[in-house]
Design a protein around this ligand. Sequence first.
Ligand code: CP
Ligand code: NVA
Length: 308
Amino acid sequence: MSKRDLLSVTDLDVSDIWWIFELTDSILNKEQTGEVYLPLAKKSVGLIFQKPSTRTRISFEVGIQQLGGHSVFLRQDEIQFGQRESIEDIARTLSQYLDLLIARTYSHKDIELLAKFASIPVINALSDLFHPAQVLSDVYTIWKKKGKVKGLNLTYIGDGGNNISQSLLLISAMMGINITIATPPEYMPAEKIISLAEKISFNSGSLIKITHNPLESAYEADIIYTDVWTSMGQEEEERVREKIFAPYQVNTEVLNTAKNDSLVMHCLPAHRGQEITAEVLDSNHSIVFEQARNKLLVQKGILVFLNQ
Ligand code: CP
Ligand code: NVA
């Protein structure tokens, strides 16, 4: 069987996603019952990170170890992705040593190139376009908290054009989650990603809405999700973004507009007082640390799925 990559959630079928969730649960069950389960024994996984990470890198490395594998962290200043040598040559070389590669890049094109020339599976650990491992774990979290995903109303408030928003849009369309994105007109998701999500939603029945009215967007929401206004690599735009996104803060007024039992999610890192108030982030509606914990669980499911 040819290798499979995870560059976007659309690299998976809906049945693959449920399979990953079931694998995640079965791995957790094995851990809880003390069963020895080392599917990555004698496997080496490389991690190339062009940007900082607190959650994704550590949870992947710990997960690899827990599954019996070995992780090799490749620092940006050492590997010099695309500078010391071409991405094609890095991909071909590392494929001789490693069994799987995890990469966090600035440009999505770079990770596509890496995957194209690597003969081993490549996982996108965040690019400018997508963060598939994050949203897989987020939908798993929603499933665990709500007991279902289909028909739930997820509202994302913030930068509609970033990796989290665009990935949530696609995975919601796949899984039958109704998604509303409230974002300024300048920060809409890419046209082609909206079109793809709309096409996918015909099968799942997911309703997609993009609006510029954050308060209205929260009406009847089961989940309110936000992310930073300025993503890694956009630091020069921070001042401009702070002004434009100011009306798109997740605060008590927004939370009160959602359903009484709504959940607040944030992929983290969060900036209290910007995209979300401390009051809401630290409220009992917030599940952000459970969300962070589940990255470790679901990423193990993803690793085992891609290694089969
Ligand atoms: N949520 C997330 O990807 O966090 P890190 O940037 O810390 O990995
Ligand atoms: N949109 C954010 C996500 C961080 C996990 C960024 O790219 O910086």
